[in-house]
Design a protein around this ligand. Sequence first.
Ligand code: IVH
Length: 673
Amino acid sequence: MPPEAAREEIEELRREIRRHDFLYHAEGRPEISDGAYDLLFDRLKALEAAHPELITPDSPTQRVGAEPRDDLPTVRHTAPMLSLDSTQSPEEVTRFDARVRKAVEGDQVEYVLEPKLDGVSIELVYLEGRLDRAVTRGNGWEGEGVTENVRTIPSVPLRLFEDGAWIPELLAVRGEVLMTLSAFEGLNQSLLEEGAEPYANPRNATSGAIRQLDSAITARRPLECLAYDILEIQGASFRRDTERIDALKGWGFRIPERIEVARMVEEIFAYHAAFHRERDELDYEIDGVVVKLNDLDQRTDLGSTSRHPRWALAYKFEPRKEVTRIERIAVQVGRTGVLTPVALLRPVEVGGVTVSRATLHNREELERKDVREGDRVRVQRAGDVIPQVVEVVPEPDRDRPLPFRMPERCPNCDAPVAVSGPYTLCPNRFGCPAQLKGRVVHFASRNGLDIEGLGSETAGLLVERGLVAEPADLFELSVEDLLPLPGFAVRSAENLVAAIEQRRSTELRRFLFGLGIPEVGVAVARDLALHFRTLDALMAASREDLQVVPGIGPKMAERIEEFLGDSQTAGAIDRLVGRMFELSVPEAEGKGGALEGQRFVFTGTLESMSRSRAKRLVESVGARVTSAVSGETDLVVAGEGAGAKLRKAQELGVDVLDEEGFLALLAQAEVEL
Ligand code: IVH
């Protein structure tokens, strides 16, 4: 075939295929059969194989093809990707509406209403109509470049449609990548079959798929992309958001379903209620609805705070609750000897996640909620937070068993328990296997000695077989000791022994954290190490000496002194020190961390990271994290669903940051995410 003819046919095929991709993936109304589509696609592939010089990156055949990468590059956004102010309360929505009306001074107010998609936010940049790059939201200013991965998503146009709409020189679109619930279940099923860990929810699965280093893996994950905003466009003159939505559609993007326009606040409530009712019938996760001013000039007038626009609001749903039955109440014994009642549930899906255990906290909580074995209960999961039992669902006709009583003896070592306030404790500190195991795990944990390969399971085995009764025993373990344990072979036994050996020298702060001193987390351990410099100096410190360390109050000092003064503890520490070489305090470290001495409280759920990760990050630059808001708190970070602590902070006039602001602060403090 002459090259000119090939070129023409290739272009024609690409146009056809793009149109069918759009009809299938964005519109859900295919016009041709899969077989007919395959014929077009195969023909295009054959022609391109014969004329490789005609292959372009925006050809439908080129969605997969990039080499695996070593890492994801950091890429700046065309315009900042703000987040939305959010609320669950109708009163807040009314107040938002009133503020907007006041600001536009009697002009018509028109809102665009959309579902709030619970996926991963992404920026897609098109130059001259071709997909140039795709960037995750990251901290709002810059994110990870995931272009090759996003190219594999069938509903992302590689090239904008030209028919009707003109092609802007630059177009930056914001959208949400997500996985349908049915696709998510299918993926988890096959992960389980391969013996791999399933994902906790569709959002995590999406986030994992988007961040793959090998785009061939992303291509096998069933992702979709829905576009809902234009971040930047050159040469545009839109007046309304609805016009932009039409343009996005014209360029070939898939847009959210059931976008509506409203003039009255009541319509917002009706829209929210309707989506809430139908939430469970949708094949994708939404966590609320988004209300946006339609008129773009009015948007400009209202402007944005540093974190979110004043012209939009996310009106979220209450956390999902489901009803299930408690099969049994079990009691767990932790490292510190606290007995925690745990409801073992008939497994139930709560918003895409199977829940089979929920904490019942302590004796008082148990009594307050009057939760008993066999009860029907409502369980709640907000974001990635540990599931909780909210309340008992009354069943008047059922004979309930007697109230659950916390055991009088430790379920693990049979020692008679002690009661302290709402807590039940096993006092057998040095004989209870559950506590021993907990201590060994804590000692070896990431912020402790960071011993690779020593997790909960191995620690359990070591304690059970009588090989380890306290952390010091770890340093006596030999390969021969480990070999008979299930799961160990020569190689793994040698590795563990070597990993332990390596930690005979460590930093004092790790050692102190690893001891599991009450109240001593990462930050306090580091402060103690910096202040006292040697273990001997700390052991000799009085309560008053301890209080000299900033952030250590009388109560904390008392508990630390008590712990270190205990003769059995002191013996265990002696034995440890006898087997270790060095406990060091690096000179350069600690002083002058960017958030040195700042007291943080986290509340609500953060979208971009878990609470514990957020805590680690700020502590790494010297901040201290406490759980209660007080006059001494410097900063409260309020994620989604924040309640009482946020109100308290506002009452006390403590500074509050939302997630966006928090990420900005981390960026400023040069914390690596
Ligand atoms: S508009 C500046 N519309 O919700 C406002 N956001 O913080 C731009 N989201 O992660 C966002 N569905 O990615 C908008 N229909 C929708 C949305 C939506 C989901 C996400 C957004 C962000 C979060 C809000």
